[in-house]
Structures are given as C-alpha cells and as structure tokens.
Design a protein around this ligand. Structure first.
Ligand code: 5GP
Length: 206
C-alpha cells in the first residue's frame, strides 16, 4: 500500500476561465507531476510554442495518429481536433506521477471511462458568463465570431458541472490556486480499486 501510485487530475472549463494560468501558478508546488501536452489541429495563437502548449499538427497527421491508436482520447472542440497521447501518460502513471489534463467535457468522460478509479476532476469557471466574455475580449487573440462560439460552448459546458468532483470559481487567481493545490493533494490519495482489495486481504492476514 506504500508503493507509489500514479493519479490523474482533470481540469475542464470554458476557454478563458484561466485553466492555463492556474496550472502555471500551481505546477511547481504539486510535486512529481506530468502535464499532458495535447495534440491539436487548431492554428497556433501568438505566444504559443509548439511542443510546450500543444503539438500543432495538420488534420491529415491527426487522422493518421487516430488510426495508429496514438490517443488515449480525442475530441472535436470548436471545430478542431484535440487529443491526449497515450504513451507519455502511461509512462508518467507507472512512475507514480500526478498527471494533469486540461481537456474538455468530452475528454473528461473518456478519461473517467478508462481511468475512473484514479481520476479526480475539476471544473474551472469564471463567476459569471459576462466575466468570461470580458476575459475573452481582453485576450484579443480571437475574432468576434470565435469569441461568440466560445461563449455559446461555455453555456453548454456549464450544464455538465455535475459530472465533476469539484467546482473552482476562478475569481481571484491566488485563492483559486490554493484550492487547486488542496484538490491535487487529495487526488494523489485516491486509491485504485485493485490496491484496496490487496490492502484488505493483507490487513486481514496480519
Ligand atoms: P484552446 O483552443 O482554448 O486551447 O482549447 C479549447 C478546448 O479544448 C479547451 O476546453 C481545452 O480544455 C480542450 N482540450 C485541449 N486539449 C484537449 C484534449 O487533448 N482532449 C480534449 N478532449 N479536449 C482538449
């Protein structure tokens, strides 16, 4: 029971809710941790770096990766493909790391179906829809049409908060970061079901 277990922490929530800022702020305080870098067909935004924020690929490359079973999960979000690579996640889990995902609601469902017993999920959002709109407009990286689509999508995503273990309202980044650190600590303590059986068996024997 004292062996190191890997665990999964999923963060979802509307684009613009501040998931990336939160992850950047807490990452160094989370201990042995791996952030799953997704692959996407979405165009790179200014300031983004290939291999750090995402692996940016063409649609043809993405479809080839699907055929080769490269993904743990993938989904179409805002008209672009996004996917989580299986191998680095598997390696990080075997090394006992906490694996962090920034994925949408479809991705959370897929991860829970495959790794539910070691997964903790968090939905991050702004206090209100109008605050989300303000932040997206302030980001000035997206056109009005893209912002409109993201807000419509956000309204649909918020309907699915009940599928998550925790809700973090990112009103104040410092406060939200402290809450996320506590959740990450608890996520590491989640016990895979086969370990529970092993523990109960040993516990009864002694
Ligand atoms: P953005 O384009 O703003 O970086 O991300 C758009 C949405 O795609 C966000 O909700 C983000 O969480 C989600 N996303 C990013 N990577 C993945 C992934 O690998 N799988 C899934 N299902 N969603 C992802």
């Amino acid at each position: 029971m004292n062996k190191k277990n890997g665990a999964v922490l999923v963060l979802s929530g509307p684009s613009g809710a501040g998931k990336s800022s939160l992850i950047n702020k807490v990452f160094d305080d989370l201990g042995e941790c791996y952030f799953s870098i997704s692959t996407t067909t979405r165009p790179m935004r200014s300031g983004e770096v290939d291999g750090i924020h995402y692996y940016f690929v063409s649609e043809a490359e993405f479809k080839k990766d699907i055929e080769e079973n490269y993904f743990l999960e993938y989904a179409v979000v805002h008209g672009n493909y996004y996917g989580t690579s299986l191998k680095p996640v598997r390696d990080a889990l075997s090394a006992g790391k906490l694996v962090l995902f920034d994925i949408d609601v479809q991705g959370n469902t897929a991860i829970n179906n495959r790794l539910g017993d070691i997964t903790t999920s968090v939905f991050v959002t702004t206090p209100t829809l109008s605050e989300l709109k303000r932040r997206l407009q302030g980001r000035s990286t997206d056109s009005q049409e893209v912002i409109h689509n993201r807000l419509q999508m956000a309204k649909r995503e918020v309907q699915r908060i009940s599928e998550y273990d925790y809700l973090v309202i990112n009103d104040n980044l410092d406060e939200a970061s402290e809450i996320l650190k506590l959740i990450a600590k608890a996520a590491r303590m989640k016990i895979p079901s086969n370990d529970i059986n092993e523990f109960v068996q040993k516990w009864e024997d002694i």
